[in-house]
Design a protein around this ligand. Structure first.
Ligand SMILES: C[S@@+](CC[C@H](N)C(=O)[O-])C[C@H]1O[C@@H](n2cnc3c(N)ncnc32)[C@H](O)[C@@H]1O
Length: 255
């Protein structure tokens, strides 16, 4: 992890950047290492992450696809749903479409924490005890990139001004507080980290039962440097290389 100050900017208590594998490469590698057959992705956009993973069956959900690559690479079949993740989960049995529990899920849809919370809880229902959920953009490098509005005016210097994580970093303290049974790993993938969760319990209803309480509580927590810094201080960052080589956290990641 690189430390502040930001180039051409003021000092910051947040990481300046992450030196691990690019998130898309980590995802593809972990998918291969785990021999994933059933892959699920929310937020497909151009299709770059979906194209990068090899598996038997893939399901992708996005209300606005702009596919510009061959997402079938390395796959037997793929099902694409052009709708919001909420509508998808309301109308579709993910386990049935995949032909079994999700083995690896990549959550990269709308970058507002209550959306990611619902995506996580809904995805976990289709997971098994050895599944892995990976979430993107939960490790911001500046407070400004956590704005809930992707079009908000920016004063961060480049390259930060081009990054938008929204406030999905809040999923980390939410899971720590409400789901202490989960293993939550912050991985130093470039550019804005990956948060990987194992020890999933498809029978758990805590997040849906407490959904309104959680949203009310965390909506009141500002996305300021001290709050985000406290999240980093409470959560060690694991190196992507150590996971990919099976040296660290290999048990949880089953590499
Ligand atoms: C950051 S992009 C995903 C990028 C892709 N995973 C990658 O790394 O190449 C976020 C995507 O989330 C989609 N999205 C926005 N709102 C959504 C929602 N409610 N449900 C699912 N996807 C949503 C957007 O259409 C957009 O394509």
């Amino acid at each position: 992890m690189l430390r502040s100050p930001l180039p051409g900017s003021r000092a910051s208590s947040l990481p300046r950047g992450f030196a691990g594998a690019l998130y898309i490469d980590f995802l593809a590698r972990i998918c291969g290492l785990r021999g994933v057959k059933r892959y699920f992705e929310i937020g497909v956009h151009f299709g770059h992450t979906l194209a990068a993973v090899s598996c038997d069956t893939a399901v992708g959900v996005d209300p606005g696809y702009i596919l510009d690559c061959n997402v079938m690479q390395g796959k037997r079949r793929a099902f694409l749903f052009q709708e919001t993740s909420d509508r998808f989960f309301a109308e579709t049995d993910l386990t049935q479409v995949l032909g079994g529990p999700v083995e690896l899920a990549f959550l990269d849809g709308l970058h507002q924490f209550e959306f990611l919370l619902r995506d996580f809880a809904n995805t976990e229902r289709s997971c098994g005890p050895t599944s892995l959920i990976v979430m993107h953009d939960c490790m911001p490098l500046t407070a400004e990139m956590t704005s809930r509005d992707s079009a908000a005016p920016r004063s961060d210097p480049e390259p930060y001004s081009k990054m938008w994580t929204g406030d999905v970093w809040k999923i980390v303290p939410i899971l720590r507080r409400y789901r202490p049974d989960l293993q939550v790993h912050l991985v130093d993938c470039a550019p804005t980290g990956l948060v990987c969760v194992t020890g999933l319990d498809p029978a758990s209803t805590v997040l849906s039962d407490r959904y309104l309480d959680i949203v009310g509580e965390f909506a009141g927590i500002p996305s300021t440097e001290p709050e985000i810094g406290a999240m980093y201080a409470a959560n060690p960052i694991v190196s992507a290389a150590s996971i990919l080589t099976g040296q660290d956290q290999g048990l949880f990641f089953r590499t």
